[in-house]
Write a protein that binds this ligand. Structure first.
Ligand code: HEC
Length: 107
């Protein structure tokens, strides 16, 4: 019995550490976002700085956009290029989206 409890506690500890380890910056790179979004200069897509300015105090809106539930506010004329990218973010967990939004907002 003791062993069972120890295993359960250990499992919990691992999942908590796992949750804290979600790295928004790493996700941003691994999902290919960095190909079009640089930190400070506009390339194919607007810079992260510009995105962070547009969404200042509206992180929840940014998450909604990544879920495909909100309209673009940064450069709507170019949304046609961004739209297919939402296929990569739409099904990400809330936790992952939050980490990625926080990463973007830091710029
Ligand atoms: C092929 C190039 C390309 C890739 C890859 C790309 N984006 Fe974009 N992104 C754009 C363009 C162009 C815009 C400007 C249109 C717009 O504002 O929606 C944009 C806009 C945005 C915006 C601002 C939305 C708004 O309100 O206007 C966010 C946030 C964003 N991208 C996040 C991401 C994330 C996260 C990824 C990775 C999953 C990603 N982008 C991958 C080109 C890209």
């Amino acid at each position: 019995m003791k062993k069972v409890i120890a295993t359960a506690v250990l499992g919990l500890a691992i999942s908590v550490t796992g949750a804290m380890a979600v790295d928004g910056g790493a996700l941003f790179k691994s999902k290919g976002c960095a190909a079009c979004h640089q930190a400070n200069v506009d390339t194919v897509g607007p810079s992260l700085k510009k995105i962070a300015q547009a969404y200042k105090g509206k992180e929840a809106e940014l998450i909604k956009f990544l879920k495909g539930e909100a309209k673009p506010i940064v450069d709507p004329a170019k949304f046609g290029i961004m739209k297919p990218q939402l296929n990569a973010t739409k099904n990400m967990s809330d936790e992952e989206l939050k980490a990625m939004a926080e990463f973007m907002m830091k710029h």
